[in-house]
Ligand binder design. Structure first.
Ligand code: ZN
Length: 313
């Protein structure tokens, strides 16, 4: 690809400076050129964007949203271990893409940035769909590939209610114009945040988190909201895609469920607790401003599933 990949970088020194800040305004993932693309594709994958896949909308017995997401195997590239890692971080690091190298003292940042590299590798080297698509590492040696909708990333912003527009909104949704023609950029950040948060929450549970307070799950919460807004924007601006591409809806449901689960666990941990974060979630769950977001989720997945998987706490 001639344009830079989505592989992003944090600035560790800046991250240290704002570790006690509620916002991650300066810990952006600025697009940089990556050399991850390669021809040594280690896996054989089926067509990743299956428009004929039935959507599990909860209406079929035994079928729940997210359960029909097509995931492809991505065997580990590395066999590393560290006493500082839990199983999730070890999983991420051992899937660090060929040619990529991440070294961060902050374990959540390590998980986040390494995930960006795996996503980039999946997008550039594993997409055999013949369509413009993006790739995402979903842990446990699984990736998913999602076709790009025909719309602009900048069209997502209007679907984020004003009270839910924060520093990450300014940076990634209203900003980052380089990715305006690739709206799944929003999903790339979402998955990197979820994987990083999941690694951090697990480290706390294992007694391995020694870095003190950090906004360990706020990015995950923010991007659950922004990714719902992406779904709403696709529904409006590329309705044919939204109707036919069941994999996008499955992907959104699958990651909403795991993202919110990580958020609910993390926000109860003193190391990650944040009153502003709780208010943000409550605005998403309860406010009139966010009613259109909840209505979108209800009509897409059914109210019962949404209340059991998204607004469970
Ligand atoms: Zn990022």
């Amino acid at each position: 690809m001639s344009k830079p990949t989505l592989k992003g970088i944090y600035r560790p020194s800046l991250k240290a400076m704002i570790a006690f800040s509620c916002a991650l305004l300066f810990s952006s993932c600025s697009p940089i050129t990556s050399n991850l693309a390669g021809d040594d594709d280690p896996v054989q994958i089926p067509p990743p964007v299956d428009e004929n896949q039935p959507l599990s909308n909860g209406s079929s017995p035994g079928s729940t949203p997210g359960s029909a997401l097509v995931m492809l195997d991505l065997p580990a590239f590395n066999q590393r271990s560290s006493v500082n890692w839990g199983p999730i971080l070890k999983d991420i690091v051992n899937h660090e893409a060929p040619g990529d190298s991440n070294s961060y003292g902050d374990m959540i940042t390590l998980g986040h940035e390494t995930t960006h590299g795996i996503n980039s590798y999946a997008r550039n080297s594993l997409n055999n769909s013949g369509k413009r698509a993006n790739g995402f590492y979903l842990l446990n040696s699984k990736i998913a590939l999602i076709e790009e909708p025909k719309m602009r990333k900048s069209q997502v912003a209007a679907f984020v209610p004003v009270p839910l527009r924060n520093s990450r909104f300014d940076l990634y949704i209203a900003g980052s114009p380089d990715w305006d023609d690739r709206p799944t950029y929003v999903l790339d950040e979402w998955i990197a945040y979820i994987n990083g948060s999941a690694a951090g929450v697990e480290l706390v549970k294992l007694g391995l988190w020694r870095a003190g307070w950090r906004d360990g799950v706020t990015g995950t919460m923010d991007f659950c909201v922004f990714s719902v807004a992406l779904g709403m924007a696709i529904e409006k601006f590329d309705p044919a895609y939204f109707k036919a591409n069941t994999q996008f809806r499955e992907f959104l449901a699958f990651n909403l469920q795991r993202g919110m689960k990580v958020f609910f666990e993390g926000r109860k941990m003193p190391d990650f607790a944040d009153d502003n974060l709780n208010r943000y979630y409550e605005t998403f769950r309860d406010s009139q401003d966010a009613a259109a977001m909840r209505d979108f989720l209800y009509r897409t997945y059914g109210e019962a599933w949404v209340k059991s998987a998204v607004f469970t706490d």
